[in-house]
Design a protein around this ligand. Structure first.
Ligand code: PMV
Length: 322
């Protein structure tokens, strides 16, 4: 790699094992970085910013004037402004003369943190090409600015886990890394029902405002569940974790982020050799994580694929941004 002309970086996807939504209200959450990555390459080329992507259908060009608008909070391209902002956290609009290529293995809008991974990787590549000194905190903080554009009022968990990797307990902006010496046998099922994190977070906020007492009580209980899951993770007690995941799923449905028409999948999941399952991320669509009884992933994957869903066998990755 030659500094100043080209720089590349990659960052991982994540699952939220417990605590999505309640984390926005100050409760703890557990997130796990997984082995699907977003790769970006920035090259010094032309004027303004040309974004190309193998995954997001578009090729889009931001002129210097458009970049100035993004910086001042105007919406120029609602699907890509968060990515343009990642470059703008490092360069002034008139310094940008770059091409940004995205190549991501992470499904979009599935609750697996694709927007955070692209932001983390882009910020890092931009810092590298500028030759600016950086550390993980700088990357995560800058990516959080992009996440605000993508999701409105995010907790900050996605940018953090994508930067640091591993398993993280997150609460009110602070994180603790957990050390596990075993793989958690999880498969991820992408229902391919499109969802938007921003809308789901807004929906929960609206519900909360209509009855804060009821929702605060639910969020407290979700927080307690997360702490129990953390303890059971450290004890390697997968059976108890599965049970707690199912409890968690009930709370997610109660706060209004269940997945529509999911009964068929759920009834098939009940036949599989699973300890438990739940929505991961914002819900309303997107992905479900399933905790398998050891060794049974292959058969389960076949069954779920025949139902027409995308399935990912997951490994925890300790490699955050690279
Ligand atoms: O769906 P995702 O991967 O964007 O995760 C959203 C997680 C929420 O808790 C719903 C929001 C947040 O910012 O923590």
């Amino acid at each position: 790699m030659t500094f100043g002309i080209m720089a590349d970086a990659s960052a991982p996807a994540k699952i939220i094992f417990s605590g999505e939504h309640s984390v926005v209200y100050g409760q703890p959450a557990l997130a796990i970085a997984i082995n699907l990555r977003c790769h970006v390459k920035i090259t010094k080329d032309g004027e303004g910013l040309l974004i190309t992507s193998k995954n997001y259908i578009q090729k889009y060009y931001y002129s210097t004037a458009k970049l100035e608008n993004v910086l001042s909070g105007k919406i120029i391209n609602s699907k890509l402004d968060n990515i343009a902002m990642a470059v703008l956290t490092v360069f002034k609009p008139n310094e940008i003369s770059h091409k940004l290529e995205i190549n991501s293995e992470i499904p979009i809008g599935a609750g697996l943190g694709s927007s955070a991974a692209v932001a983390v990787a882009t910020v890092t590549a931009a810092l590298k090409i500028k030759g600016q000194k950086y550390d993980s905190k700088i990357i995560s903080d800058k990516a959080f600015i992009c996440e605000r554009i993508a999701h409105g009022n995010p907790s900050g968990i996605d940018n953090l886990i994508s930067t640091y990797g591993g398993i993280v307990r997150f609460q009110n902006g602070n994180m603790i890394k957990l050390d596990l010496e075993y793989e958690i046998p999880i498969i991820i099922i992408d229902t391919k029902i499109p969802k938007e994190t921003k809308k789901m977070v807004e929906l929960v906020k609206k519900n909360w405002k209509s009855n804060p007492e009821k929702y605060n009580d639910i969020f407290n209980k979700m927080g307690t569940l997360t702490s129990k899951i953390e303890k059971e993770l450290l004890n390697n007690n997968l059976e108890n974790i599965g049970y707690l995941m199912l409890e968690n799923q009930k709370f997610l449905e109660k706060i209004g982020v269940g997945i529509p028409n999911i009964e068929k999948l759920i009834s098939n999941l009940s036949k599989l050799n699973t300890f438990g399952y739940k929505i991961t991320g914002a819900g309303g669509g997107g992905a479900i994580i399933v905790l398998m009884k050891n060794g049974d992933t292959k058969e389960a994957i076949k069954i779920v694929e025949t139902l027409g869903y995308d399935v990912y066998e997951t490994k925890i990755t300790n490699l955050g941004v690279n």
